[in-house]
Design a protein around this ligand. Structure first.
Ligand SMILES: Cc1ncc(COP(=O)(O)O)c(C=O)c1O
Length: 405
């Protein structure tokens, strides 16, 4: 074990402005959803250019509300890739609907448009009621939204973007994620813009916005803020639906507001760190970087850089991560695909080989530490330790060298 201090996988970038904002709300006498959440919604709308922005307690809650607003029901299907976090599919199950899993791209981590078109055609032939497409922008790298929107039009399906990683992400048609259609963002602690826990639904559809707002807080026809604070507003309210408790409290919204105001600064820091990794890893044999800003500089601006994902030899992956951990460097894996998780495997009788690209990509992937406060010395240590880890676990005894050395 190294003597040096450990390097965490992620660390929230919280400064005095966030602390002052929370203190201000704590002293204000109003802790739950109110003026701060409303201000965050207005600021998020301005940031993304979305017609509506609705603050929620998490992206999981937001995805649930968005699917519910589309009228997804028991027995329906929603198409998505299994290469994602549990939330994306569990919200489909909340409604009694089923995931229609579709494999990922040949050279990426996002849903494959060709496989999507094929799966939708098959599902239609087999009489399955597919009701929506959910592209997930893994690591803040946009799905092939141009093709996906065309496919959605062909099959007459709505698109709900899981944009949990995607603040800010621009897609292949030049559209900022959240500025059109319906998207759901996460403010979870390790996300590029955080409020500790929280999320935001953006939509340009007035009916979806109305339904999400209503169901976010118990199906009550008026907000608590409106009932208590507006002079003469009165106490009375009606319950018009059996809704949920998915509101974002002001204490958390106040952190999100400061983080959103700093999103440009933190995004630049993440992009700079990603470029540094890419430059220094390009000379290391045994490492693949698919979303590589050194060879595709446009990614610096278009990707949110929530995660920095690399691939190593599958047989060594776990030992490399263990070696790094012993040296005080915490890496992570995004993701063990959902079709390889017990619940989905047994519920839908799925096998690893059903989505071979997702399965193969998972076996080699490693996410390196990435957060705005990461120093160059720490990044150097990550890369040096990674090279050592690959060397030590070189199965055939061959010492890994810098490419060309
Ligand atoms: C792809 C994806 N979707 C949805 C979520 C859910 O976000 P939250 O924790 O805000 O519910 C996450 C969380 O990490 C995620 O990674």
């Amino acid at each position: 074990m190294s003597e040096a201090a450990g390097i965490p996988f992620a660390r929230p970038d919280i400064g005095t402005a966030e602390i002052e904002a929370v203190t201000r709300v704590l002293k204000s006498g109003w802790l739950t959803t109110g003026a701060e959440a409303a201000a965050l919604e207005a600021e998020f709308s301005a940031f993304t250019g979305s017609r509506h922005a609705i603050a929620v307690s998490s992206a999981t809650a937001g995805l649930h509300l968005a699917l519910e607003a589309l009228g997804i029901e028991a027995g329906d299907y929603v198409a998505l890739s299994p290469y994602t976090f549990a939330s994306s599919a569990e919200v489909i199950r909340y409604l009694g609907a089923h995931p229609l899993f579709v494999d990922i791209e040949p050279d990426g981590y996002n849903i494959c448009p060709d496989a999507l078109a094929t799966s939708l055609a098959e599902a239609r032939k087999n009489g399955r009621r597919v009701r929506a497409i959910m592209p997930v922008h893994i690591a803040g790298h946009a799905c092939a939204m141009g093709r996906i929107r065309d496919i959605a039009i062909d099959f007459d399906l709505p698109v709900i973007e899981d944009a949990a990683h995607a603040i800010p992400t621009t897609d292949d048609t030049g559209v900022l994620v959240g500025s059109r259609g319906t998207a759901v963002f996460s403010f979870y602690a390790n996300k590029p813009v955080t409020s500790g826990e929280g999320g935001m639904v953006t939509t340009d559809d007035d009916e979806i916005a109305h339904r999400v707002r209503l169901m976010r807080l118990h199906g009550i026809d008026r907000t608590v803020w409106d009932r208590y604070r507006r002079p003469g507003a009165g106490w009375s309210y009606d319950v018009v639906e059996a809704g949920y408790k998915y509101n974002l409290p002001d204490v958390l919204a106040s952190i999100g507001r400061v983080q959103l105001a700093r999103a440009g600064e933190t995004h630049s820091a993440r992009a700079r760190l990603a470029l540094w990794y890419s430059r220094h890893l390009s000379s290391v044999s045994g490492v693949t970087v698919r979303n590589n800003p050194e060879t595709k500089p446009e990614l610096l601006a278009t990707d949110a850089w929530h995660l920095y994902m690399i691939e190593v030899a599958q047989a060594k992956r776990d030992r490399i991560i263990d070696y790094m951990a012993r040296e005080g460097i915490n890496c992570s894996v995004h993701y063990r695909p959902l079709h390889m998780m017990s619940y989905y495997r047994s519920r839908y009788t799925l096998h690893e080989g059903d989505f071979p690209r997702a399965a193969a990509r998972f076996l080699g992937t490693v996410s390196l530490p990435l957060f705005p406060g990461l120093t160059e010395a720490e990044q150097n240590r990550v890369v040096t330790t990674l090279v050592q880890a690959i060397d030590v676990h070189s199965d055939d005894g061959e010492v890994t060298r810098r490419k060309g050395s």
